[in-house]
Ligand binder design. Sequence first.
Ligand code: NAI
Length: 387
Amino acid sequence: MVVGVLGAGTMGAGIAQVAAQHACEVVLVDLNQDMLTKAESNLDKVLARLVEKNTISADEKINIQGRITYSTDSSDFKACKIVIEAIVEKIDVKHAVFKNLEAVVSSDCVLASNTSSLSIASIGSVLSNPGRVIGIHFFNPAPLMPLVEIIPAVQTSIETLDFSKKIIDSWGKFGVVCKDTPGFIVNRVARPFYGEALRIFEEGMADFATIDWAMTSVGFKMGPFTLMDYIGNDVNYTVTESVFEAFYFDPRFKPSFTQKRHKEAGYFGRKTGRGFYDYSENAIVPSATQDEVLGKKISDRILAMLINEAFDAVFMQVASAVDVDIAMTKGVNYPKGLLKWAEEIGYSTVLNTLNQLFEEYGEDRYRPNPLLKRMVKEQKSVFNKIG
Ligand code: NAI
């Protein structure tokens, strides 16, 4: 099968590699020849490393590379059964590109977008056959992260959805189907990991290092501030702001002034040498106040907010409980699925934490999700919920 990938940047190059490693012929198109050249030489390096590690043979490397055609001309997508778009995150650009794509490809070719934040329904609105549009959202780095969110829009046909699920399956990924809502699963459910950590800092409850320590102590690979520095405060703040706007300014997703100021100062994180932490050579690494009681207060609060968000995703039918847990473990490496974790902690303990926060602050941000309340009242598991 021939797969088209539009955009040879971070994501497009990774998606092309995944498809080629799974026996698909790939046409990788970018407007910019330099990006294509870079993608080709990066792939050579990545595959050479896999050969060194005996993950693939030298012959396989040659075969994978031979399956990818690099081009600056999207009319080379003619023979494709699916084209996955991974270009700049701007709706007007995506509209123009999807319109052009439809004029090139066959009548049954699926047109997918790797967008992180735009509406799939809006992207599909420019097509004369909008049934072929779908969101196929990979995580960075695409060859390594097992999760793919599959997002049918209101216009998407059953055939397009089935075809997309089969392809993602055949590429060895965990495909989870979710609703076309802001942030899909991962970028919605993960917001409190950053937002509540920032809020705790702003209240003066603890410093960055202590909050990070509290979260790594309960199993997260990185604390929230280390992770924001890694993602980049520019990128992470922008995602938070766009999710907040997309949810009609729901206070649960409110961005933080602390992060905004860090972004404005150019303290983006690792990539600029300074974020919440200083990454310069002789910088003093701050140490956490390893106070167990404080640590538990912090982790209980952030976890309760994350679990509340996971319940909300199920409550609002964004995805099933099983898929929400798969998304957080396979997309962002959470140590456990949040809903499974809630069962270990006890739903009523989580609900108590939220009720206490809601009572203390009187802010809508802390309102417990109705589904969590219902599960506590009916003593049921969200995994057995019907309807
Ligand atoms: P990038 O900036 O690395 O690459 C974008 C590429 O698209 C560039 O090579 C550019 O030359 C090319 N391009 C721009 N306009 C084009 C056009 N009209 N026709 C052909 N090529 C064009 O971007 P990145 O990070 O790969 O993101 C791409 C998409 O994937 C965005 O929608 C983004 O939201 C989404 N995404 C990004 C993730 C990330 O961690 N970077 C994760 C998941 C999704």
